[in-house]
Design a protein around this ligand. Structure first.
Ligand SMILES: Cc1ncc(COP(=O)(O)O)c(C=O)c1O
Length: 431
């Protein structure tokens, strides 16, 4: 599916309907429970909580049945034996984020995984002329990331005010210019220990070039980790090739795996092979060949699993297996191609209505490589009232201070006609 060019686009509703009629992914919509009160309601908030795949209910009920009927024997004899449960996810997760199977693991929650991987990859060198202690994040990062970074640095006995550095957009701008990020990294030079950057910024929808900025961080001898909460299941990631040291994401947004779903992590294979790395360990990270010998010393498996601590929560993993099956069937490249088209159409219909510089400002970059599915709209006046009017009109979206409404058409379950109708609702409010 090639991207839509300006010449292709049209304000006509039939144009959107025609895109739906030729959409090779259209059948996936019927595989989700969409939380719509009225048939014409629009769910554009899959960037916050993705809807439930029908298969999730089936898989959770199957696990409950197996638990009821098999008890402890379910570890080896259930339909998806619990002992190997997390292994069921590897292939799909690896395909989803562009990694090898031994580089990915589903575990914990996102913020927990940030702490676990900071333990391994934030290695401040304190003494001497080669002191290298700085941890770079973006100003205005999702608060949990900032809290994690600040408290993690403090827990290492360092002053976060001194060792955590933030990069902000230029005054009067919403998004960070990629060249400014690279320049800041170069300026920090050999004082930089680690950068933790967003794959897609949650408030503005700006996507960052993971390979490019990882290269810039490596060029100064530091390590680079990525928070992909808004990128996993949204962009066609190539994590292995990007050379990122690590990445973490949650599974309840674009990955549709349910509230508080089990999160994911990527650790590049060059680190996976290094059994000497410092880490917090638990028995599930031990080599499974010797795990049940119950020995006194930890032997990390040469796999991203080496960072997992506990046996996985089977009931919580079941929806993730279900959702990843849908991603496998649709294919992330095809999903991304549809997503690029949907967001391009939404932007075209909104820009055409408000006039640039009018009441509505679109904060998200225009280039498709610099954004994912989401468009962030800024209203200088009455933003919250507008947002409430959108909800009342049946457009489920969300609101973030200061005055930002986020709309995210998701290619797995949204339609082009919904894009057209959502734009009509927004246009109405602008008028
Ligand atoms: C970018 C980002 N980081 C961190 C979090 C926190 O995630 P969790 O509650 O799963 O740790 C979120 C949640 O929405 C997020 O969007």
């Amino acid at each position: 599916m090639p991207p839509l060019t300006a010449a292709d686009l049209s304000h006509d509703r039939d144009f959107a309907r025609d895109l739906d009629a030729h959409d090779e992914l259209a059948q996936f919509r019927g595989r989700f429970s969409l939380p719509l009160k009225r048939p014409d309601d629009i769910y554009f908030v899959g960037n916050s909580l993705g809807p439930m795949p029908h298969l999730a209910r089936t898989f959770v009920l199957e696990e409950l049945e197996d638990w009821a009927h098999l008890g402890v024997a379910g570890h080896m004899n259930s339909r998806r034996p619990w002992f190997y449960h997390h292994e069921n996810l590897r292939g799909s997760l690896a395909r989803l984020v562009g990694a090898h199977e031994h580089e990915v693991v589903a575990m914990n929650s996102l913020t927990t995984n940030i702490h676990l991987l900071l333990t391994t990859f934030y290695r401040p060198q304190l003494a001497g002329p080669g002191a290298r202690t700085k941890l770079l994040i973006e100003k205005g990062a999702f608060p949990s990331d900032t809290y994690a970074v600040m408290t993690h640095v403090a827990a290492r006995g360092l002053d976060p005010e001194q060792h955590v550095v933030e990069i902000a957009p230029r005054a009067g701008e919403w998004t960070i210019r990629p060249e400014d990020l690279d320049a800041r990294i170069a300026e920090l030079g050999d004082t930089l220990a680690l950068a933790l950057l967003p794959g897609v910024q949650y408030r503005t929808g700006q996507a960052f070039d993971i390979a490019r900025h990882t290269r810039a961080v490596h060029a100064v001898g530091a390590r680079c980790g990525w928070d992909l909460a808004h990128a996993a299941g949204n962009l066609a990631l190539k994590l292995h090739d990007s050379n990122a040291d690590f990445a973490v994401w949650c599974s309840y947004k674009y990955l549709n795996s349910g509230p508080g779903a089990v999160a994911g992590a990527f650790i590049h294979e060059r680190h996976v092979r290094d059994v000497t790395l410092p880490r917090h360990a638990g028995w599930w990270g031990n080599d499974p060949k010797t795990r049940f010998r119950m020995e006194e010393r930890f032997v990390p498996v040469q796999h991203a699993d080496a960072w997992s601590l506990s046996n996985p929560p089977i009931l919580a993993v079941a929806p993730l297996i279900a959702s990843l099956a849908e991603f496998d069937a649709a294919g992330i490249e095809r999903l991304r191609a549809k997503s690029v088209r949907m967001t391009a159409l939404l932007e075209f219909l909104l820009r055409g209505s408000s006039g640039d510089g009018g009441d509505l400002e679109i904060l998200t970059p225009t280039a498709s490589h610099a954004r994912g599915a989401q468009l962030s709209l800024y209203f200088a006046k009455n933003a919250r009232a507008r947002y409430e009017a959108f909800l009342a009109a049946g457009l489920a979206c969300d609101y973030r201070e200061p005055g930002i409404v986020r709309l995210a058409p998701a290619p797995l379950f949204n339609t082009f006609d919904e894009v057209w109708r959502a734009a009509a609702i927004v246009r109405e409010s602008v008028r």
